[in-house]
Every structure is written in structure tokens, then in C-alpha cells.
Design a protein. Structure first.
Lengths: 439, 349
């Protein structure tokens, strides 16, 4: 029962008891504000859930304590019985149409977790010491199967974590990057995030893709290749969200794309705004050996994605099938192209110039946000722009300005800028405020 | 329809686990059980709990025991090219007199018969290859693992562990358990006294290896006979297979086998020790570099500048046909034992 309806229902009963209204009037009020037919007993679910987890933990601890004394057949029986019980209960509950379906999904998720635990327990029982990342892969594929069969965001989250663990373990423990992990996640989890309109799943899989692409490309391409991949992906996401909005991209998912795109882009531009970092980060070298072609594949692939989506965005904006480009938006792909040109042509001979250009990129974007924010009354854009300017100025305080005079001047200018910003914002908002008063 | 899909995935999950357990259970029940000699190291696995990591003698394979194809991989290992990490290999085994499987040859394709176990290449060097057989972890409850670790470093110091491994016809090995060797071999190093700076107690150097005290102890609960280690040829100085890139060798490496008399068969009661003192400065224990024509035999103490010269003492009793016939001869344990590795500079592994 929703909170207002529940409150009204209890109050109506009290009014009848206090003879404020008659029972007939109470019945009419109940009929006027009925409880929703599909109300979920959240209290029951929460307490049942917590109770089940606590009981389960207790049982697990008891078994763990006596594990050595339990014969092998008993251990296997416990492993399989727990998985069958969880999945069986989950399947039966999931087939219901009401709130029990949700509970069923929870049990199925528990079953998948027990499946993963079972992999390690069977390995322990039989002293298996095979290639351990394979266990994460099997676990992830098991979860992925249920993620699509149900479909379920929870199962997809487990699959994403396990497949990421698999690829990361291969990279770190065996120095063998698994390039197939990236297209696997792109082809299986991203479409599921779209299908379920899940911002959480999208955020998790994007984090995973960033991590895996940067890990894999850095094996042969070093930090520079990882930086360029992150820069390209972030730039591409900013265009992708513009293209996806007309296709029903939910607001939350739009927020995720914008968050990853902006943070990634700003961070990358900020990093190469430092002279020393520009010199190191844009020095692209490929270590010879197995998979030495991999950096080129990643770099070309994500660069093509980023530039391609921005070209498409520009064309559609021109045709007016999507809103026109904002003032600062062309800066994103141009900055990306510039970074790649500098990395490929070895223009790190002028790190000071490179750093200056990207500082101007940051200031340009921030200024555009401040101006638009003042004009349209978007306080968030003004704050974001001001923060970017502040971060840029403060960081230059430590590495660019050699004298106190220069530093002082920079602070004065920044302070004046904030004053002007406030004045400009107020002046532009005055007509709107006057309109409001007149109404 | 969707219910059937969900059910199919659930069945696939349970089926995967069942296959994993079933395959190994089948090997345990129907496979041949062999004993593999180990040297343990002990970590904690966060996913699987406490376990003792077992390092097998057959895991470290010198080039001489590899077939031509694996030898070619070892040559290619120093150049950029396809990685052989995780490549499947097969260790052909020979069961010795005490039932322990010893490595005869490492092959890249599956043998048609005999004793063998399947492994994967862990690392390739130019002169040796390290192989993983999937039976390197002995899982046990944490207290039991701790007790085993304590036994290894204290009361059972120098006693090899033999792992019981069931192997099927395709070479898949499953670890079943372990057994202690009845005999243990330990060494104590005798070093030069370190030089000290005048008017201080700080050592400036020295400590070169002068000799060893070798002890053979019966750790079992019944009498075991040994061939007196003081008999020439019973104890041997062998280079450590993993760390002897300086190429030093014992002068008597190719010597004739020991010829013990009846009085040299010694019965050790449970928990008793036979001790022998070796003076490494005597000519019979000298070493030299066979690859260097100008190298002359010298005591180990003269090679303190060779950081990659590590050796072990090996107790190698003669075969039964080489022993005098007496009642105690039947109790002789024909098992080769090796000490911890030590260096000319007086370091011990």
C-alpha cells in the first residue's frame, strides 16, 4: 500500500472510532482511495530477506567450522543441494506474477552466487590448481546466461564483475591480456543495459570497459596508449548520448553517459595541461612482442568510434533531427584529434605549447558553460564551469607561475571573473524575475 | 518458453559443477595412483582457504630431458614470437624402487602408453622449463595447514613429502593426499669465522663454506636401514637444477658407485640419527667448471664470488644388487634424498 493511502486508511478507521464520520462515510472514502492491488509487502520482504541471509551465514559458518570433518560426499551434497534449493525456489517464485517474482529473482541471484562459490569449493575438495581465472569466466558466463534468460539486472551485474575479474586476473597474474573480454561485454551486457533501461548496469559496464581497454592496451602500448583510449572513449560517449536521446534514452542513462564522458574528457585534458605530463603521456611507443598490433587496433577502433559519432552528431544537428550543437561541443572532437596528432607526430618536443593549448581547451569549455548558464539560468552549468576554471588556475599556481606576483595576478583575475559572472548572471535573470513579479 | 530457457541455464550451471567434480572423482576411483616427490611452499588462497603449495621435482625440467620440439621452444623463448605459456606437455615417468615416480622425459604430445601426467608450461628458459600439473595445491583446514607447515620446518625438517596423485589415461592428475618419507636428510653448514674490523664487532666478510654435517634421521615408527653415508659414493655433491648457471660441477660426478661392506648397513631405530662430517676442503669434494679448459678443481670456499653456484648433498644408496646380503639389507630404503641448496658463500636456501 502506498504511504498516503496507508495513512488515510488508518486515519479513516480512527475517525470512525472517534465518531467524526459515520461508517457509511468511511466506506465511501475507502472506495474513493483504494489500496493499490499489487502492493508489495516490503516489510515482509526485508525482514525475510535479512533473516534468510543471517540464517544462511550461520549455516555457512557452521559448515565451514566442521568442513574438514565432513566426508567428501557430504561436502558435494551440501554444494549441490544449496544451489538446487536456491535456484529451485527462485524459479518457482519467479514464475508468479506479483511481488513474489522479485523475491524469486533474489533467490536466483543467490543461486548464481552459490554456483560461483561451488566452483571454488569443488576445486578445494579435489585440490584442483588449474588456471584460476577460468573459474571467474565460467562464473561470469553462468550469470550472463541467466541475465538474458530472465532478464535480470542483478545477474548482469554479477556477470560484469566476474568477467572483469577474469580479464584482470589474466592480465595481472599471467601477463596475458584477454582482448575478447571487451567485445564480449559490449555485445552481451551493453544491449541488456539498454533493454532493461538500467542506468546502474550501464555505469558498471562502462567502468568495466574503461578498465579493461586501458589494461589491455597498456600491455604493449604503455600509459600513453591507455590515456588515448580513455580520451577517445570519453569523447565518443559525449556524442553517443546526443544521438541516443531521440531514441528514448532515459534521463538516468543520459546522466551516466554524460558523467563518464565529461569526467573522462576533462580529466584527460587536465592531465595534459601539465607540461611534464604532456611530455610523458603523449609519447606513444609500442613494446615489441606478442600482440604488438593490439594497441593499434584499440586506438584506431575507439578513435573511429569517437570521431564517427561526432560527425554523425554534427550532420544530424545540421539536419535538425537533434538539437543544434552547443558552443563548446565542437571543442571535444577537435581536442581529441589534436591529442592524437601530437602523439603520433612526436610533437612532445614542445610540451609547454601542448600544455598551453589544452589549458585553453579547458578554459574555453568552462567559459562556454558559464556563459550559457548565465544566459539560461542554469546554476549547475555556472558552478561546473567555475570549478573547471578554479582547478585550472590552482594547478597552474603550482607548476606555471614562477613568481608570487604572477600568482597573485592570476588569483585577482580569477576573483574578478567570479564577480563578473555573478553580475552577468543577475543582469540576465532580471527580465525573467520581473516577468515573474508581474505575473 | 522463457521458463524453459531459465531452467536450461540453471541446468547448465549445475551440469558444469557436476562435470568438474565427476571427472575428478572418476580419475580418483579408476586412475593409477603414483607418488610424486615434493618440496612445499605455503600460502593462503583467499578464495579456497588455507592450502600447502607443493612444488614437485618433476616441475623443474632441464633441457636435456625435453623432447626436440620443447627444446626448440626453449631456444625460441629468448626471441619475440608466439608465447608457449600454458602449452600442454606430458611428463613421462618411471616408478623407482620405493614407488616414487621420477621424470624420464618431457614430451609435447601424448604418449601412447606407460606412466605419464599432463601439465602446462608455466615458464620457459633457455636451459630449463617449469611445468604446472594442476596438483600443486593441497587444501586443508587452516589449523591442519598450520600444523603441517610447523612440521615441515621443525620436527620433520628435511623429510620429503610424497604426494599421492591419481592419473587417468589422458594424463589428468588429481591429488588424493600425501605421505611422509620415512627418512629425512638435513645439513648444518660449517663456515669460516667472519673477519671483524679492529675495535668493532661488525663483521667485514668471510663465512665461506668449509664443510657440512650431514644427518640422516628415521622419522617413521619402524626401523629403517641406511647405507652408511660415510662410505665413499653414498653421498654426492650435485648442482642445484634451478640455480647453477655458473656451470660448476663436482669433480667426482662421474665416479663409480659406492661399494659398501656388511658393516656399512646401519639400522636406524625410530627417531634415531646417523651423522657424518664432510670436509669440503678435501680433494674428493672439490668442484670445477667443465666448460672452462683452464678451470682446475678447488674447494667450494674458493668460489665465493660465484653467486649462481648452488649445490645440494644427495644421499643415493646403491641398488639392492650392489649391497651385501644380510638381514638388515631388506630394511634398506632405496630412496634418494636431497638436502636444501647451499652456496660457496655459506648461504643456505
Amino acid at each position: 500500500m502506498s504511504t498516503p493511502a496507508a495513512w488515510l486508511s488508518s486515519e479513516i478507521d480512527r475517525w470512525v472510532a472517534d465518531q467524526i464520520i459515520t461508517p457509511e462515510q468511511a466506506a465511501r472514502l475507502h472506495a474513493l482511495y483504494p489500496a493499490p492491488p499489487t502492493a508489495r509487502p516490503w516489510g515482509l520482504i526485508v525482514f525475510f530477506g535479512i533473516g534468510a541471509v543471517v540464517v544462511g551465514l550461520g549455516v555457512v559458518l557452521l559448515f565451514a567450522y566442521n568442513w574438514d570433518a565432513i566426508p567428501k560426499a557430504g561436502k558435494l551434497a551440501i554444494v549441490f543441494a544449496s544451489i538446487i534449493a536456491a535456484h529451485g525456489s527462485g524459479l518457482l517464485l519467479w514464475r508468479q506474477r506479483d511481488w513474489r517474482r522479485l523475491l524469486g529473482e533474489g533467490f536466483l541471484l543467490l543461486g548464481t552466487m552459490l554456483f560461483g562459490a561451488g566452483l571454488w569449493l569443488v576445486a578445494q575438495i579435489y585440490h584442483i590448481n588449474e588456471h584460476f581465472p577460468t573459474a571467474f569466466l565460467i562464473w561470469g558466463l553462468g550469470a550472463l546466461g541467466l541475465a538474458w534468460a530472465l532478464p535480470s539486472v542483478g545477474q548482469a551485474l554479477v556477470a560484469t564483475f566476474m568477467l572483469t575479474a577474469w580479464a584482470s586476473a589474466e592480465r595481472f597474474a599471467f601477463e596475458a591480456p584477454v582482448h575478447a573480454a571487451v567485445p564480449l561485454l559490449l555485445a552481451t551486457v551493453v544491449p541488456l543495459a539498454w533493454r532493461q533501461r538500467s542506468a546502474l548496469l550501464l555505469a558498471v559496464v562502462l567502468s568495466s570497459l574503461y578498465l579493461l581497454m586501458m589494461l589491455n592496451v597498456s600491455d604493449r602500448g604503455g600509459g600513453s596508449a591507455a590515456f588515448l583510449v580513455a580520451f577517445s572513449v570519453s569523447t565518443g560517449l559525449l556524442a553517443l548520448r546526443r544521438l541516443a536521446v531521440p531514441h528514448g534514452l532515459p534521463r538516468a542513462m543520459d546522466g551516466v553517459l554524460r558523467f563518464f564522458g565529461l569526467i573522462g574528457f576533462l580529466l584527460c585534458a587536465f592531465i595534459i595541461g601539465f607540461r611534464d605530463a604532456a611530455d610523458d603521456v603523449l609519447e606513444l611507443t609500442v613494446r615489441p612482442g606478442r600482440d604488438s598490433a593490439a594497441p593499434a587496433v584499440y586506438l584506431v577502433g575507439v578513435f573511429a568510434f569517437a570521431v564517427g559519432t561526432w560527425i554523425l552528431t554534427a550532420l544530424r544537428a545540421r539536419r535538425r533531427s537533434i538539437p543544434k550543437l552547443e558552443l563548446e561541443e565542437p571543442i571535444f572532437p577537435l581536442a581529441l584529434v589534436l591529442a592524437h596528432v601530437l602523439a603520433l607526430t612526436g610533437a612532445t618536443e614542445w610540451p609547454g605549447l601542448v600544455a598551453a593549448v589544452f589549458n585553453l581547451v579547458l578554459l574555453g569549455i568552462a567559459t562556454a558553460w558559464i556563459v550559457r548558464g548565465c544566459r539560461e539560468g542554469h546554476v549547475r552549468a555556472i558552478i561546473l564551469g567555475s570549478l573547471v576554471v578554479a582547478a585550472t588556475v590552482f594547478s597552474r599556481y603550482f607548476d606555471l607561475f614562477d613568481s608570487l606576483a604572477a600568482r597573485g595576478l592570476a588569483f585577482v583575475i580569477f576573483g574578478v571573473l567570479l564577480f563578473v559572472e555573478g553580475f552577468y548572471y543577475r543582469r540576465l535573470r532580471e527580465p525573467a524575475a520581473a516577468k515573474g513579479d508581474a505575473a | 518458453m522463457r521458463t524453459w530457457l531459465v531452467l536450461a541455464v540453471i541446468v547448465a550451471q549445475i551440469g558444469t559443477l557436476a562435470f568438474m567434480a565427476g571427472e575428478r572423482e572418476w580419475v580418483v576411483r579408476t586412475g593409477r595412483t603414483i607418488l610424486l616427490r615434493t618440496a612445499p611452499v605455503d600460502p593462503l588462497d583467499p578464495m579456497r582457504g588455507a592450502y600447502v603449495r607443493l612444488d614437485y621435482e618433476i616441475a623443474h625440467v632441464p633441457r636435456a630431458l625435453c623432447d626436440d620440439e620443447i627444446a626448440r621452444w626453449m631456444t625460441e623463448a629468448s626471441h619475440p614470437g608466439p608465447s608457449r605459456a600454458d602449452a600442454v606437455v606430458y611428463a613421462l615417468l618411471e616408478i623407482n624402487r620405493v614407488g616414487v615416480a621420477e621424470l624420464r622425459n618431457l614430451a609435447h604430445d601424448r604418449p601412447s602408453g606407460g606412466h605419464f601426467i599432463r601439465g602446462r608450461i608455466q615458464s620457459l628458459g633457455s636451459d630449463h622449463v617449469r611445468v604446472r600439473y594442476g596438483v600443486e595445491a593441497l587444501f586443508m583446514e587452516q589449523q591442519a595447514a598450520k600444523a603441517l607447515e610447523n612440521a615441515i620446518v621443525q620436527e620433520k625438517m628435511g623429510v620429503p613429502i610424497n604426494a599421492e596423485v591419481a592419473v587417468n589415461s589422458r594424463g589428468l592428475g588429481v591429488l588424493k593426499g600425501y605421505r611422509w618419507e620415512p627418512l629425512g636428510l638435513t645439513i648444518t653448514l660449517r663456515r669460516e669465522q667472519p673477519q671483524r674490523e679492529p675495535r668493532t664487532t661488525r663483521p667485514t666478510g668471510g663465512g665461506a663454506l668449509l664443510g657440512l654435517v650431514v644427518e640422516l634421521k628415521n622419522h617413521s615408527e619402524s626401523p629403517v636401514a641406511i647405507v652408511d653415508p660415510a662410505v665413499e659414493g653414498v653421498l654426492r655433491l650435485i648442482p642445484d637444477a634451478r640455480r647453477n648457471s655458473d656451470g660448476l660441477a663436482w669433480v667426482r660426478a662421474a665416479s663409480v658407485a659406492a661399494d659398501p661392506g656388511p658393516e656399512d648397513i646401519i639400522v636406524l631405530a625410530p627417531a634415531t640419527t646417523r651423522r657424518v662430517d664432510i670436509d669440503l676442503r678435501s680433494p674428493q669434494w672439490h668442484v670445477f667448471n667443465p666448460a672452462d679448459a683452464g678451470s682446475r678443481p678447488a674447494p667450494l670456499s674458493e668460489f665465493t664470488d660465484s653467486p649462481n653456484a648452488w649445490f645440494r648433498i644427495e644421499y643415493a644408496p646403491p641398488p639392492p644388487e650392489g649391497l651385501p646380503q644380510r638381514e638388515a639389507t631388506a630394511l634398506v630404503r632405496h630412496s634418494t634424498l636431497r638436502s636444501r641448496a647451499f652456496s660457496p658463500a655459506g648461504l643456505i636456501d
